[in-house]
Ligand binder design. Structure first.
Ligand SMILES: Nc1ncnc2c1ncn2[C@@H]1O[C@H](COP(=O)(O)OP(=O)(O)OP(=O)(O)O)[C@@H](O)[C@H]1O
Length: 671
């Protein structure tokens, strides 16, 4: 039926273009565009039905208070200890109440800083429960952690991976969050529907972007944020300023889509909105107006003008009531008056319980109060599916960051520099320390570079991770493992690329087995360094602090690595075992010096073939050459056998990664 309708519109368009004037033509085109958009909206709402399996939800809340502890330092000096009391607290919102039902929009309005976002956070369960008081019920039941799965929350900030396109972002969400029973083709179809419904076709293949990466516009980002939530078919949708950054016609269209979605799919919508136009205002069923953390009005949208008039504030005819209300609430005397007036009206019901219960009783019947059953699965995708999807996504996102031109150029420059400085080192005693220097430099470079590239991995993902974990998209372990799998091939490209150049230009031991062993050790050192990067990043969750901590750890490891300080003070020689560079340096030295090729001509060969002036012990220079093993003994780098060094390095890498996981877990559980 809809296709026939679209065709009739198109036929009409062709017919009209031959017969009407230019002005009429323009009006008709505008009408056609409007009709087509309306069809798209309807199609989206209708198409959503086949993935929908959730129940309509009534939300009631009353007596909602939120307060935060004030550090005692802040209040001391102004007040005495007795006045401060034991636990001084600052109230952010007080006795907030309201009600939202399926098929309707509850709009929360009020001046900036009045507590609107705080209320949404409380309703979505994002605030620490010990700081929130009051009752929040869903279909008459106390809101629980499990029931929060029915709620989608579009935050004020649009949080996405910048290197993914709009379509990719929505596709990953649909694969992770739509019910398992929905076939993948239906999930992809749903992505296309939501792209159409929110007018995102034009930018669907454009990267989301951020400050550094040019991407879609702010308004488009906002719509992607909403699309991302609508896609998953929530029963309740909380939106924090969904229309900010949109022009008035787009804002109207968006709220119309939401309203239609609410009505036809029985969704409950609660939105914080700043300056709705009068057309948008008309779409709201109920209003909650706040000021300074208090309720100033709660009731039907159409009654606000009369309520304000009763209080002595008459809105001029044809004036947008939302604008008028914000205008008067900006006057502190009027604001205070309205807060007091509302409190007086609610004298016997200060928490708002009776008002809310009255609404609930009048709008539900016993059949409606469905016992909410969350999905039988804790996560919609299986652990293995989560791992696959997240690995694919992480690879796409991180490959753009790790395989950057900057990183390749940096490694190439260092490889060229290394090749020039240590070009074709001769196998002589005089060049022994240069050879050790080259090997240690390579070890330390592959200790620093990977960790520096990794410390940002978790901090950069953290906001997305928290957002997605709050909507129970996947398990933390799946995310953590996916990161390791996705970044493994990316990070080892660099040591391979570097060693391929440097190994042959500097004249290291010319045998295939030594070359591959050397390469494998560089890769292992890279992975260990990467583990440190993960741990430091996951612990600090702040790139600047992590960079500093990384520098301290890496420099400490460098000093104790066995090259700079070979004879540590008495009693401190064990310190070198704390340095992971010591193990990788020992292995690479073993590869290079415990080899038949590793024979170094003594520097002071006299005419009479007496090699006694060789710096190394006589058994190393019996034939005029110092054996590589003698060098290893002299430098005390073969204290542990090579396989022990190897096992320690592997074990260290695994332990550090496990610690990184627990650190990430601890940080992601913080509110
Ligand atoms: N955890 C917190 N610590 C300190 N102050 C807080 C905290 N949470 C909220 N506030 C304060 O509470 C007030 C309400 O904040 P909230 O973000 O809810 O306001 P808002 O009405 O959404 O503002 P806007 O419209 O500008 O987004 C603000 O003054 C804010 O600074």
């Amino acid at each position: 039926m809809d296709n026939a309708f679209i065709k009739s519109i198109q036929d009409k368009k062709i017919k009209d273009s031959n017969s009407i004037t230019f002005e009429d033509d323009k009006n008709n085109e505008a009408q056609l565009v409007f009709d087509e958009k309306s069809i798209k909206r309807t199609e989206f709402v209708r198409n959503n039905a086949h993935v929908s399996r959730k129940h309509p939800i009534y939300i009631e809340f009353y007596g909602v208070n939120y307060s935060i502890p004030i550090p005692r330092k802040k209040v001391r000096g102004i007040k005495t200890d007795e006045e401060i009391g034991k636990n001084p607290r600052q109230t952010i919102i007080q006795d907030i109440h309201g009600f939202a039902r399926p098929g309707e929009i509850l709009a929360i309005l009020g001046p900036s800083g009045c507590g609107k976002t705080t209320l949404l956070n409380a309703l979505s369960g994002r605030l620490s429960t010990k700081d929130v008081e009051g009752t929040i019920k869903m279909n008459g039941y106390q809101s629980t952690k499990d029931l929060k799965r029915f709620i989608a929350y579009c935050t004020q900030e649009d949080i996405f991976f910048p290197h993914l396109t709009v379509r990719e972002t929505l596709t990953y969400t649909s694969r992770l969050r739509l019910p398992r029973e929905v076939p993948i083709s239906a999930k992809l179809e749903q992505v296309e529907n939501v792209i159409q419904a929110l007018n995102l076709s034009k930018c669907s293949n454009t990267k989301i972007g951020d400050i550094k990466v040019r991407g879609i516009s702010g308004g488009e980002k906002k719509r992607v944020s909403i699309a991302n939530e609508l896609l998953t078919d929530p029963s309740v949708i909380l939106l924090d300023e969904p229309t900010s950054g949109l022009d008035s016609s787009l804002a109207l269209e968006l709220v119309q889509t939401l309203k239609e979605f609410a009505v036809k799919q029985k969704k409950t919508i609660i939105m914080v909105i700043h300056q709705p136009s009068s057309q948008v205002f008309e779409l709201f069923d109920r209003l909650l107006v706040m000021a300074d953390g208090h309720v100033v009005y709660f009731g039907d949208g159409e009654n606000i003008v009369d309520y304000l008039a009763n209080e002595g504030f008459v809105c001029r005819p044809n004036f947008n009531p939302a604008d008028y209300m914000l205008e008067i609430l900006n006057d502190s005397t009027i604001k205070q008056k309205l807060i007091t007036a509302y409190k007086q009206n609610m004298q016997s019901d200060s928490s708002g319980k009776l008002v809310v219960e009255k609404y609930y009783k009048s709008s539900t019947n016993p059949d409606d109060s469905i016992i909410l059953e969350s999905s039988k699965y804790k996560w919609e995708a299986t652990f293995f599916q989560q791992l696959m999807i997240l690995t694919e996504r992480s690879f796409k996102q991180r490959s753009k960051v790790i395989l950057s031109k900057l990183n390749f150029t940096q490694v190439l420059c260092i490889a060229i520099l290394t090749s020039l400085i240590w070009f074709q080192l001769p196998y002589t005693e005089a060049n022994l320390m240069d050879r050790c220097g080259l090997i240690f430099f390579t070890t330390s470079f592959w200790a620093f570079f990977p960790s520096l590239n990794t410390i940002s991995a978790f901090p950069l993902d953290f906001n997305v991770l928290r957002k997605e974990r709050q909507s129970r998209s996947y398990r933390l372990l799946a995310y953590f493992l996916s990161k390791q799998i996705a970044e493994l091939p990316l990070i080892i490209i660099f040591p391979i690329y570097y060693i391929l150049i440097v190994y042959w230009t500097t004249g290291l031991v010319p045998s295939a087995s030594s070359f591959f062993a050397y390469m494998a050790t560089a890769i292992l050192a890279t992975l260990t360094s990467q583990s440190f990067g993960y741990l430091i990043g996951a612990t600090f969750m702040d790139i600047q602090a992590a960079t500093m901590a990384n520098a301290v750890i890496m420099l400490g490891s460098l000093v104790l690595g066995g090259f700079y300080a070979q004879n540590l003070p008495f009693g401190l020689s064990w310190l070198k075992y704390l340095s992971f560079m010591f193990y990788s340096y020992s292995i690479t030295m073993e590869i290079q010096f415990n080899s038949p090729y590793a024979k170094f001509q003594c520097s002071n060969i006299s005419q009479t073939n007496e090699y006694s002036q060789c710096l190394y012990p006589p058994n190393g220079s019996s034939d005029g050459y110092i054996q590589g093993v003698t060098v290893l003994e002299h430098l005390k780098l073969n204290v542990l056998p090579w396989y022990a060094n190897l096992l320690i390095l592997i074990g260290l890498s695994l332990i550090i990664r496990s610690l990184a996981y627990f650190s990430l877990r601890r940080n992601s559980n913080k509110r």
